[in-house]
Design a protein around this ligand. Sequence first.
Ligand SMILES: [Mn+2]
Length: 321
Amino acid sequence: MSQKTDIAKTCELLTKSGSLAILTHKNPDGDTLGTAYALWHTLGRLGIRSKVISAREFPKRYSVIKEYYDLNADEDFTPDAVVSVDCAGISLLPQEAEPYRDNVLLAIDHHGTHKDFAEYLLLDAGRESCAGVLSGIIDELGVEWDDYTAKCLYTGLSTDTGCFRYTNTTAESLELAARLYRYNIDAARLNYLYFEEKSLSHLELEREALSEMELYLGGTIALMVLTKDMLARAGAKLNDIEGITPIPRQIEGVKVGITLRELDSGNWKGSLRTMGEPDAAEICRKLGGGGHPGAAGFECSGTLSDIKKLILAETAAAINS
Ligand SMILES: [Mn+2]
């Protein structure tokens, strides 16, 4: 059981450590990366050494914040303590975090479905992004923001809110965005990279997935499947898949958009998107996953047809309840 903690105690934990490892979740997204790099940068300004531990396969669109880290980070030390950001459970840590996973001192998170694994937990489930949670920590630490801090925080804030379009976007999100716009972040360019640019492979994959998309329950559920074969045909890497999961929900009348993707391990990863109602996290929890009301996921083994039946039954039950 994690001990719930507040921002003051979080700052104490962060600053009393001589050096830190910062863990992101696997299949890293803009929020976990933006938060991790902003935390690394902030600690550095306090004279505390840290390094970001993330999956080796890095989403190319975020190189815009990684480049600065790669140029300036000094990873040649053994950390005294470990902190995770935006990670809702120990099973969501990447392989690269293996040496650290049993000794996580502090988890900073915003997932309502967080499953305890760290000694201390700072959880703000009402916050749109982990970057938003971190923005309060940086202020409490008394560290001034700079352009890089702002770029990292904007990356987390904008990607977790779908560029301020999802139901988790609040007045507080937009206030944070307004503050970030006062720095030199070139938001238009970041928005292009995060929300518009697609590789040709991505579009090939999208075309094939769209042609086989299925509708259920009077058109209220749309289900899209991405198999390993489809990825291979399109020449798509993990990098190319980001941004594909919101597609099924874009169809008029669809309440729940489901994407099932075959993983290298043969397992299936499900991603659900809703308008917050029905609660995607509640549905995914039935299959051992979790997330947010508007966006959630799960991973399981089995045949595609069995998993389809399972997730469609749970989704239909949630829509009909
Ligand atoms: Mn997040």
